[in-house]
Design a protein around this ligand. Structure first.
Ligand code: 4AD
Ligand code: MG
Length: 477
């Protein structure tokens, strides 16, 4: 039953061609014009039903949301905005859709409402466009790295280590938590659990990725990661996908360059390969912008923003330079960023990041050399004794899109830091061994895939760029 995809048909010059097209009804006007879509493109195909040719009962079943196949001749379309249409000779209805109860009416629904029907929202223009772009971006990630000789490593999803040392992990257990086995001290005894120890869902594949970079040279991971942080924001998910390249013999500068090349490649790939979807999303983002107060509107449209990123170097500056700029700045006329004035060492808040990116430099920013105290244990210590070779890539409208660093490859330095922070050596003995046997300078970073998709599609809430978003209180689908 292989039939033509609407995407291909819309590009054909018709010549005595009989086609069968299968898809879902968007609208049915005047008992005559079926607008249908099969997911292959943002554009609908018009199928024209000759008046009087089909009985009332059949026509009644052609409703928004119904699934059907039409067979007929592909002819040039007299209607404007489309080149071809199908002159329907037969119709087979696969699935009715009661217009009274079908939640997707042919009108604009709010994104909040659509989140409640995540099993149906992919049938809307907006979500079908987002998920076609998401697919293209995943494909481009692999193409970018493959073309550069990187190897794709599948790091484990269940792990015993806490890569970020942040402790916000989901526990994996088979114990009966109503009556868990206890140690003599009364603690839950994970020795009796499936893995014989505590196990969690991974927060990052980095540590395992590093072990492979120390054998294969350049590697990357691309998989789901999990964080049990209770953050109800438009940029956080409890389950998100992360791409983590890790490169032997890279320093922090090489790392920053790769991060820029990577994002520019992905944005260019979208511009070159997702043109129609981006045009649709651009229009929709502009409508959203227009509803905002003048001073909160972004100057560039979606496609202009993507082009800007592709064509301009990211601004690189150290944390210390950023603090100096922030101290001198008056974000809202009179007030300064008060609390930063005497506080070298504080973590930047999103308002500071936004100021640097959106107001001061007006371009993506890479901040590097952060205070050691606010960054992870594995980052390489700089000679100043205060900072580490960390880097964050900050994007307009998104904030942090990438986090990474050069890694501490010197055993003595690393073990001191691990001890200082009270990290359990038992759980990362294998990671420490990398520094005992043939250690090498190396670096890497993590790109939050959904934050990238937000930037490329212009969707403002991260819950709208992943099929089934996981956040506090949501695990329905
Ligand atoms: O900055 P993070 O925590 O860095 C790491 O996990 C490192 N191990 C990466 C590495 O060096 N290999 O996370 C990296 C990126 C962030 O910049 C952000 O884009 C995304 O992952 N991210 C999230 N995305 C959605 N929801 C969350 N809760 C996220 N937490 C981080
Ligand atoms: Mg980070």
């Amino acid at each position: 039953m292989r039939t033509a995809k609407i995407k291909d048909l819309l590009k054909t010059t018709p010549a005595n061609q009989h086609v069968t097209v299968q898809g879902w009804v968007k609208t049915f006007r005047n008992n005559q014009f079926i607008s249908m879509n099969d997911g292959s493109t943002i554009n609908n195909l018009q199928a024209v039903v000759e008046l009087g040719k089909f009985d009332e009962a059949t026509l009644k079943r052609i409703t928004t949301g119904a699934c059907l196949a039409v067979t007929g001749e592909l002819i040039p379309s007299p209607a404007k905005g489309q080149t071809v249409e199908v002159k329907v000779e037969s119709i087979e209805i696969y699935g009715d859709s009661d217009p009274e109860s079908f939640p997707l009416q042919p009108k604009k629904h709010s994104l909040e409402f659509l989140r409640e029907i995540a099993h149906l929202r992919v049938r809307t223009n907006t979500f079908s466009a987002v998920f076609r772009v998401r697919h293209n971006m995943a494909f481009a990630v692999h193409k970018f790295f493959n073309d550069r000789g990187f190897f794709y490593i599948h790091t484990p999803i269940i792990t015993g280590s806490d890569a970020e040392g942040a402790g916000d992990m989901f526990r994996v257990t088979t114990l009966d938590m109503e009556k868990p086995p206890r140690t003599e001290e009364g603690k839950i005894n994970y020795k009796e659990d499936f893995f014989g120890r505590e196990a969690n869902l991974t927060v990052s594949g980095q540590l395992e990725g590093e072990t492979f970079a120390m054998g294969l040279g350049d590697i990357y991971t691309f998989g789901p990661t999990f964080r049990a942080e209770n953050s109800n924001t438009s940029r956080h998910l409890a389950e998100f996908w992360m791409i983590e390249p890790e490169m032997a013999f890279y320093d922090i500068n090489d790392n920053m360059q790769l991060a820029q090349d990577f994002i520019q490649y992905l944005c260019k790939y979208a511009l070159d390969n997702c043109q129609e979807d981006l045009e649709f999303l651009d229009k929709r983002a502009k409508e959203e912008e227009a509803a905002k107060p003048q001073d909160q509107r972004s100057e560039l449209g979606l496609i202009e923003r993507l082009k800007f990123v592709v064509e301009n170097d990211f601004q690189r500056l150290t944390y210390t330079e950023a603090i100096d700029i922030l101290r001198e700045s008056t974000p809202n006329k009179k007030k300064k960023f008060q609390y930063l004035i005497n506080e070298w060492g504080a973590d930047l808040q999103s308002e500071h990041e936004r100021f640097l990116v959106e107001k001061h430099f007006k371009k993506p920013v890479i901040l590097y050399n952060y205070p050691a105290a606010i960054k992870s244990f594995y980052m390489r210590q700089n000679e100043d004794g205060k900072t580490v070779a960390a880097m964050d890539v900050l994007f307009p409208g998104i904030g942090e899109i990438i986090g990474g660093s050069q890694r501490e490859e010197r055993y003595d330095r690393l073990i001191n830091r691990v001890k200082e922070l009270g990290i359990s050596e038992e759980t990362i003995w294998w990671y420490l061994e990398l520094r005992k046997f043939g250690t090498a300078p190396h670096a890497g970073f993590g790109l939050g895939f959904e934050r990238l998709i937000q930037f490329v599609t212009g969707m403002t809430n991260i819950r709208d760029v992943i099929a089934y978003p996981r956040y506090p209180g949501s695990a329905e689908f």
